[in-house]
Design a protein around this ligand. Structure first.
Ligand code: SDX
Length: 428
C-alpha cells in the first residue's frame, strides 16, 4: 500500500478520486495509474513516454536537471576514471562491484565465451561487403538465437546469466568481424591476456600476417568509451529490449531488437551523424549558417549530438568523452580540424538563446565520433561500438525484468482516432 496519495478528478463525470503515489530511492515520485482503466475506464495519454515510468529499475539513475548519471549508485565520472569495463558490466548485471575473485571468474567466463561458432562466421559471407556494420550486427546477433534457443530455459536463473554473459562476451568478436569483413580481411580471434577493449582493438586492427601491439592509451580510451555508453535507464533501445523480453522472447532476439532501435540517428546513430555534420560544416566560418538551419522550424536539420530527452543540463558523459578525445588526439599527434569546429560550435550554440531556452547541451554523442575517428575506426563503426558497450546494459535490464516474478507482457493501449464502425458496401 502507498503511504502518499494525490487527489485528482479522475472521471468523465468530474467524480473526485485519489491515486497512490510511489516513491523511488532517488528522483521524481510516480502516480500509480495501474488501476486507472479498470476502475474508471480512462487511459493516461503520454506519447513518447515523456512522463511515464514504465517499470521499477535499480540499475541506473539519471537526474537530467542536475546532469547526474549513476550506475547502481556509483557516479559515472568515478567509474570512467577508475573502473574497467568488465567490472562495470558485472556491476550493472549483478548490482555490486565484484571482488577480485568474482571479477577474475567473470573475465574468464567472458574470455571462454568470446569465440563465435564457425557457422556464425559463415553468416558474414551472406552480406555485401559494403553492408553497414549495424545491419550485420542486427542479423548476426539475432541469428545467435538459432544456435542457443534449444539449449536455454529462460525460467532458469543460471541459464539466464549464462545467456547474458555469452552476449557480453561475443559482442567484441561480432563487432570486430563486422568491420574486418567489410574490408575483406579475415576475422581475428580474441587472445588470452588482453582485456576486453584491447581484444576488441586487436580484432579490429590486427592483420593476419603480423602480431598486433595494442596502444595502451587507445585501449584505455576504449574502456572509457564502453563504460560511458554501457547503460542509460529506459532509453529507446533499452525499452525495446525490455518490451521484447516481456513476451519471453529469446535473449539474443531481444538484444538484436535493441541494436535495431539504437541504430536510429535520433539515438545511437547520432555519433555517426555528428561527424557527417561537422564534415558538412567544414570550416568555423560556416558555423553560423549551420546554427541558423538547426533553429529553422521549416528545416529538418538538427544539431546532431545536441539535446536530450532527459538531460536539460550537460550530459556528464560528454565532458569525459571531450577530455578523452583531447588526450588521444594529443597522444597521437593529430590536429583534427573537426575538433576545433566542434568546440567552436558548442561555444556559439551555448550562447544562443534558442539552445539556452530549450536547455539543449552536447550529449554523449557529440565528441565520441571525433574520438573514435582519431582511434582509427571508420564512421560506420561508431554506432556498432555504442551497441557493443550498451549490450551490458541491455542484458542487465533483461535479467532485471526476468528476476521480477510479477512481470507479465508489456502491452500499451492507445487513443483510437480512426474511423467509427462502418460496414462493407453490400453488392460491391
Ligand atoms: C542518445 O534516451 C537516452 O538516454 C539516449 C542516450 C543513451 O545513452 O541511450 O542518451 C543516447 O540517444 C543521445 C541523443 C542522441 N541524439 C542526437 O544527438 C540527435 C539530435 N538531438 C535531437 O534529435 C533531440 O534533442 C533528441 C531526440 C535527442 C531529444 O528530442 P526530444 O526530447 O523529443 O526534444 P524535442 O524534440 O521535444 O525538442 C524540444 C525543442 C524542439 O523545439 P520547439 O518545438 O520547442 O521549438 O528543442 C528542439 C526541438 O526542435 N531541439 C533541437 C535539437 N534537439 C531538440 N533543435 C536543434 N537541434 C537539436 N539537436
Amino acid at each position: 500500500m502507498a503511504d502518499k496519495y494525490v487527489d485528482v478528478v479522475i472521471s468523465k463525470e468530474g467524480q473526485e478520486g485519489s491515486l497512490p503515489i510511489r516513491e523511488g530511492t532517488l528522483g521524481p515520485s510516480a502516480v500509480d495509474i495501474q488501476q486507472l482503466y479498470t476502475t474508471h475506464e480512462l487511459l493516461a495519454f503520454d506519447p513518447g513516454f515523456r512522463s511515464t515510468a514504465s517499470c521499477n529499475s535499480a540499475i541506473t539513475f539519471v537526474d537530467g536537471a542536475a546532469g547526474i548519471l549513476l550506475y547502481r549508485g556509483y557516479p559515472i565520472e568515478e567509474l570512467a576514471e577508475s573502473a574497467g569495463y568488465t567490472e562495470v558490466a558485472y556491476l550493472l548485471m549483478f548490482g555490486e562491484l565484484p571482488s577480485e575473485t568474482e571479477l577474475h571468474e567473470f573475465e574468464e567466463a567472458i574470455y571462454y565465451h568470446s569465440l563465435l561458432h564457425e557457422q556464425v562466421l559463415s553468416f558474414y559471407q551472406g552480406f555485401r561487403r559494403d553492408a553497414h556494420p549495424m545491419a550485420i550486427m542486427v542479423g548476426v546477433v539475432g541469428a545467435l538465437s538459432a544456435f542457443y534457443h534449444d539449449h536455454m530455459d529462460i525460467q532458469d536463473p543460471a541459464q539466464r546469466v549464462a545467456a547474458a554473459t555469452r552476449l557480453v562476451a561475443k559482442m567484441p568478436s561480432i563487432a570486430g568481424a563486422s568491420y574486418t569483413y567489410s574490408i575483406g580481411r579475415r576475422h581475428r580471434y580474441p587472445k588470452r591476456g588482453l582485456d576486453y577493449s584491447a581484444n576488441f582493438l586487436q580484432m579490429m586492427f590486427g592483420v593476419p600476417n603480423e602480431d598486433y601491439e595494442v596502444d595502451p592509451i587507445l585501449a584505455q580510451a576504449m574502456e572509457k568509451i564502453l563504460i560511458l555508453h554501457a547503460d542509460h535507464e529506459q532509453n529507446a533501445s533499452t525499452s525495446t529490449v525490455r518490451l521484447a523480453a516481456s513476451s519471453g522472447a529469446n535473449p539474443f532476439a531481444c538484444i538484436s531488437a535493441g541494436i535495431a532501435s539504437l541504430w536510429g540517428p535520433a539515438h545511437g546513430g547520432a555519433n555517426e551523424a555528428v561527424l557527417a555534420m561537422l564534415e558538412e560544416i567544414g570550416t568555423p566560418e560556416n558555423i553560423p549558417k549551420a546554427i541558423a538551419r538547426a533553429k529553422d522550424k521549416h528545416h529538418p536539420f538538427r544539431l546532431m549530438g545536441f539535446g536530450h530527452r532527459v538531460y536539460k543540463n550537460f550530459d556528464p558523459r560528454a565532458k569525459v568523452i571531450q577530455r578523452t578525445a583531447k588526450n588521444v588526439l594529443d597522444h597521437l599527434g593529430i590536429d583534427d580540424p573537426l575538433l576545433e569546429i566542434a568546440v567552436r560550435l558548442e561555444e556559439i550554440a551555448l550562447e544562443d538563446e534558442y539552445f539556452v531556452e530549450r536547455k539543449l547541451y552536447p550529449n554523449v554523442d557529440y565528441y565520441s565520433g571525433i574520438l573514435l575517428k582519431a582511434m582509427g575506426l571508420p564512421t560506420n563503426m561508431f554506432t556498432a561500438v555504442f551497441a557493443l558497450a550498451r549490450t551490458s546494459g541491455w542484458v542487465s535490464h533483461w535479467l532485471e525484468l526476468h528476476n521480477d516474478p510479477n512481470h507479465g507482457i508489456d502491452r500499451p493501449r492507445q487513443l483510437y482516432v480512426g474511423s467509427p464502425l462502418r460496414h462493407y458496401p453490400s453488392g460491391k
